[in-house]
Structures are given as structure tokens and as C-alpha cells.
Design a protein around this ligand. Structure first.
Ligand code: HEM
Length: 311
């Protein structure tokens, strides 16, 4: 039987801007394509009406390729801008998959949630690889454009913050950095105060008859996740049957894969920053590498890590 799953498209910003940029395009179908290919004799269409083409109208790459504006004379600024934009898009793609994983867990659709995990992992692997490119920026190369960043920092990325929040690393202080932006703040506040993917997984364990402490099932979701020995006991119960037939065990391992890859991403950011900046202060007002060190020690889904000592 084929299960019909509805997708969830998360909103992280007032959609008005996005909608104002959409251009209507004619849709196609197999019949139209077959008749076109007869006319073109198999060669691609190369003449278009007006001053644009359907690919640009569909993807708006004219906009995408117009936002890597170099503000310095530094050679390395271009790769920094391009990879930063790639990363923001990757955060967006990953957030979409994670929100859908969460919706499927909430709907008791464990198989559906598991189906999305490999893509999240692949996106994280891709993000990790961006440090291969960024760490080709030398301290000298970075210094040539660093001042033009002013006090801008990746730490101010609302897309990244949504990824952290859906996974469960809540921080009201970091969320409030977006409070001044009326197009962004309502969605940020909603993400801060809503259960995370992990919170929904714990609710799922409870529905499946595994004892989860009540304080893990109903709490102030905006608060940082408090590690709970009762949740560790719940996972130990799940992990007592480490077989492919146990879907909760598979879900626990899929979440661990994600947390593992995320920690590696953070580690690579941290090491690359030390390589490029040394121990200079960050542009965003933090101590730089010293501030990032704390985040390196954070693990998503903490009891999935701590319970391993008992296995
Ligand atoms: C390649 C040069 C880079 C350097 C030297 C660098 C440096 C830093 C530093 C020092 C911080 C601490 C906050 C502050 O700015 O004071 C930080 C945070 C951060 N950076 Fe970068 N960064 C670089 C590239 C990137 C890129 C390309 C992205 C992604 C678009 C990014 C995303 C972030 C995020 C999301 C944080 C906050 C981390 C968190 O909240 O856990 N960084 N970075």
C-alpha cells in the first residue's frame, strides 16, 4: 500500500518578498515535450521571446547571482560570498527535511521520518565539505576583506538558528537577536516556543509505551533542553532490542547519525576559524574561537549519547 504523505513547508520569513519575486511560467507535460522535440529535431531550444529565458524565470538565478557583491579589493572575497550563500541554501534545505521528519514523527509515521534521514545526513556532509573550500582562505586573504564585514557574522543567520531550534538547541538570547526584524521574528519566536524534533520523538516513545518522565513531555519549550536520566532509561529500553525490526532503535541511530555529523560540521567550523583568524575577536562581538569552543562540546539528543556508557 502506498502511504500518501503531505509535505510541510516551513515559514521562516514573511512570504511577501518571496512571492513578489515569483514570475509566472507556462507549465509543460509529456505531450508538449514530445511535440517540441519533433519540431527541434532533438536539438535544445535556443531562441526565446522577450529579454529573459524560462530557466531564469523559473529559478530567478538572475537574483541569486546578483547578491555576491564584493566590497573590497581582496581576491578571496568571492569564494567567501559564494560559499556563504551555498551554505544558507543548504541550511534551508536541511531545515525543510527536519521539519518534515518532525511532522512524520508526530503523526506516528516512523518509516516516513526514517526515509528523510539519509538526505539530512547528505546535506550535513555537504556542509562539512564547504570547510575544504573555505579553509583555502589564508589569514592574509581573509584580512583583505574582513573589515568590510563590519559587525556582520554568521551567528546572525536566522536560517541557521532555525536549524538549531528544530533539532532542539534552544536559546532565547540568540533568538532575540532577530526581535528587531518584523519579517523574521514571529517565525523565530514560534520555533523557539514550539517542541523540537527531539521533543516529538520523546512524545512518540511515550505513545509507544516506553516510560518517559512527564517533565520531558510537557515543559517550557523555549528553555534549553534539560538532560534527564529518565529519558536515558527510556532510550536504554529501546536499545535493548537493537534489531532492524525495532523502528524506534532505527530512529535513535538515525538521530545519532545526524547529531554526529552536525558535531563534525561545528568542529570543522571551529578549526577553520582558528586557522584563518587565530585567536582574534569575532566580527559579531564574540571572543571568536574561544566562544565557538563551547558550541563544539554541545551534542544534540544528549541522552542518545550518554546512554552509550551503559550499553
Ligand atoms: C570562512 C571564514 C569564517 C570565519 C573566520 C568565521 C568566524 C566565526 C566566528 C569568530 C564566530 C563567532 C561569532 C562572532 O562572529 O563573533 C562565528 C560564528 C558562526 N559562523 Fe562563522 N566564520 C566563517 C565562515 C562562516 C560561514 C561561511 C558561515 C555560514 C554561512 C558561518 C556561520 C556561522 C554561524 C552559524 C555561527 C554561529 C554558530 C552558533 O551559533 O553556534 N561562518 N564564525
Amino acid at each position: 500500500m502506498t502511504v500518501k504523505r503531505r509535505r510541510t513547508v516551513p515559514e521562516v520569513r514573511n512570504p511577501a518578498l518571496e512571492l513578489s519575486l515569483v514570475k509566472p511560467i507556462a507549465t509543460g507535460d509529456n505531450q508538449q515535450r514530445e511535440s517540441t522535440v519533433k519540431n527541434t529535431e532533438g536539438e535544445p531550444l535556443l531562441r526565446f521571446e522577450g529579454s529573459s529565458n524560462p530557466y531564469l524565470e523559473h529559478q530567478r538565478n538572475d537574483l541569486l547571482l546578483s547578491i555576491q557583491h564584493m566590497r573590497s579589493e581582496g581576491h578571496d572575497e568571492m569564494v567567501f560570498l559564494c560559499i556563504t550563500h551555498c551554505k544558507e541554501l543548504t541550511f534551508k534545505a536541511m531545515h525543510y527535511e527536519l521539519v518534515n521528519m518532525q511532522a512524520r514523527v508526530k503523526a506516528d509515521d516512523v518509516a516516513g521520518a526514517l526515509q528523510l534521514a539519509p538526505r539530512v545526513l547528505a546535506l550535513l556532509g555537504f556542509l562539512g565539505k564547504t570547510w575544504d573550500v573555505l579553509s583555502t582562505i589564508t589569514p592574509h586573504g581573509f584580512n583583505q576583506f574582513r573589515n568590510t564585514l563590519g559587525i556582520a557574522s554568521g551567528q546572525q543567520s536566522y536560517m541557521y538558528r532555525h536549524v538549531e531550534f528544530v533539532l532542539g538547541n534552544k536559546s532565547e538570547a540568540l533568538a532575540r537577536a532577530h526581535e528587531n526584524n518584523p519579517d523574521v521574528w514571529p517565525y523565530m519566536e514560534r520555533a523557539l516556543t514550539s517542541p523540537s524534533l527531539y521533543d516529538e520523538v520523546l512524545a512518540l516513545l511515550h505513545r509507544r509505551g516506553i516510560a518517559v518522565p512527564p517533565e520531558a513531555l510537557a515543559r517550557d519549550w523555549a528553555q534549553p533542553y534539560p538532560v534527564n536520566p529518565g529519558v536515558e532509561a527510556a532510550w536504554l529500553q529501546v536499545y535493548a532490542d537493537p534489531t532492524p525490526e525495532n523502528d524506534l532503535y532505527l530512529l535513535g541511530e538515525a538521530l545519532t547519525d545526524i547529531a554526529d555529523a552536525f558535531s563534525q560540521y561545528r568542529w570543522r567550523h571551529f578549526v577553520s576559524v582558528e586557522r584563518i583568524l587565530g585567536f582574534k575577536a569575532g566580527t559579531g562581538g564574540s571572543a571568536g574561537v574561544g566562544w565557538l569552543r563551547r558550541i563544539v562540546d554541545h551534542r544534540f539528543f544528549p541522552e542518545l549519547w550518554s546512554m552509550r556508557t551503559q550499553l
